[in-house]
Design a protein around this ligand. Structure first.
Ligand code: UD1
Length: 420
């Protein structure tokens, strides 16, 4: 196993290229199950989660040529409809094959993902919506066994909560359903919007793209004609590097980004005293004369993303004064707190709320990565800590950050990947 060794108290400078969004690449790969032709997906992030989903699609019968940041994938010969436990347990997002498999084949068996480090993460809303569309859903031996012999049929679905992968699953299901599906309270994340745009170009009539209400006219199980796809930039990776600039109070530039997708993040960093230069596809962050404390509430897009909560917590340890962070989406997404506290942070938890004391001198320590985003908070903390930090279990980071140590090194960080 590998770990990261980071020497802190460095100033960063320079620029970093942001990769394609993992959370867009995954539903787009799942959506290729709806295509009648080979699909080329470029700007594909070279991360473990993408490889896991490709493996799952291959197990189902898909063939592909995968080069670092591009895949040509053909799902014509898919015959198996079983997403097995061995792969699903590695990556919850495998559940994204449920909607496409069921709508194309009229049956499928997908392993239940189970809980994860950041909470229970049920999929009840995915299942309820598919039942409304005419599916029979049974839970057998840890699998969702779904059948809809004559295919799914359009109906009206109201999501009780805004769910990203839930929306994506049902959007894909509706694309091949019979008749019109109305979806209310759909997630508006840029990744959901890209999926809609791709399906729309592939011939599905989708009204309301980018809003929380969609009207989708399905193709009655006729496969779609996909065009080539370029994955949108990863706003969470970009936000993580902006936080790296902020915590070290350095000037850095993130390239290949859509600044519009980072509005809530830029706004928070501006409140903290940082300034920015934005152009069409890059953002430069400039140091603050004094880093101010801030209050953060995670929420659905376009609000502040839960996937950047941990990184901002690390940053708040360097603010002048106490910050309050409320985590509204996941009940257990504070696993990084105890590790940050081991590095000298003073974070107190009460329910869904964390109080982060500022003006803290962090110190290097051995720490454990617990989930993908929690781990990146530890890297940020290590950048300003006195001495050396060793971050273990970094396979969590490899799930979602491409060439992490290469990118941080190019910004001047003293970071190495070493063997345990
Ligand atoms: C996606 C993202 C993840 C991000 C999260 C919230 C991907 C692959 N992952 O995860 O990085 O942190 O959105 O922005 O895109 N819920 C239910 N029942 C359901 C579904 C969800 O109660 O059937 C709840 C969840 O427990 C959570 C909230 O709804 O409290 C939002 O979860 P959801 O948007 O579904 O997260 P994911 O799609 O799993």
């Amino acid at each position: 196993m590998h770990y990261l060794s980071i020497n802190g108290e460095q100033t960063l400078n320079g620029s970093v290229e942001i990769s394609g969004a993992k959370n867009s690449a995954l539903p787009l790969l799942a959506a290729t199950l709806l295509s009648k032709n080979e699909v080329t997906i470029s700007n594909l992030p070279n991360v473990a989660d993408v490889k896991t989903l490709l493996k799952l699609l291959q197990n189902l019968g898909a063939s592909f040529i995968h080069k670092k940041n591009e895949v040509k994938i053909d799902t014509k010969n898919v015959q198996s409809t079983c997403a097995n436990y061995d792969i699903v347990r590695k990556m919850r997002a495998s559940i994204l094959t449920l909607g496409p498999l069921l709508t194309r084949f009229g049956r499928c068996e997908v392993s239940l993902p189970g809980g994860c480090a950041i909470g229970q993460r049920p999929i009840d809303l995915h299942l309820k919506a598919l039942e409304q569309m005419g599916a029979k859903i049974e839970l057998k031996h840890g699998y969702v066994v779904a059948t809809a012999k004559d295919g799914l049929k359009g109906c009206t679905v109201i999501f009780d909560k805004v769910t990203v992968t839930g929306s994506e699953n049902i959007i894909m299901a509706a694309s091949l359903a019979r008749g019109v599906t109305k979806l209310l309270n759909v997630a508006k994340e840029p990744e959901v919007v890209q999926l809609c745009e791709v399906l729309s170009k592939a011939g599905v009539k989708i009204e309301g793209i980018g809003t929380s209400n969609l009207i989708i006219t399905g193709s009655s199980r006729e496969l779609l004609s996909f065009e080539d796809i370029e994955v949108i930039p990863d706003r969470i990776e970009a936000g993580t590097y902006l936080c790296a600039g902020a915590i070290t109070n350095s000037q850095i530039t993130v390239k290949n980004v859509f600044p519009k997708h980072l509005e809530a993040v830029i706004l928070k960093l501006t409140q903290m005293g940082f300034s920015f230069k934005e152009k069409k596809d890059y953002i430069t962050i400039f140091p603050a004369s004094k880093i101010k404390s801030v209050d953060i509430e995670t929420t659905e897009y376009p609000g502040f993303p839960t996937d950047l909560q941990a990184q901002f917590m690390a940053l708040c340890t360097q603010a002048n004064g106490a910050s309050i962070i409320n985590e509204r989406l996941f009940e257990n997404r504070f696993m990084h707190v105890s590790e940050l506290n081991r590095m000298g942070a003073n974070v107190r938890l009460k329910g869904h709320s964390a109080t982060v004391e500022g003006n803290t001198q962090l110190v290097g320590a051995d720490v454990m990565a617990t989930d993908l985003r929690a781990s990146s908070a530890l890297i940020l903390a290590a950048l300003v800590a006195k001495g050396t930090t060793r971050i273990h279990r970094i396979y969590h980071l490899d799930r979602g950050y491409e060439n992490l140590e290469g990118k941080f090194s190019s910004l001047g960080a003293k970071i190495e990947r070493l063997e345990e």
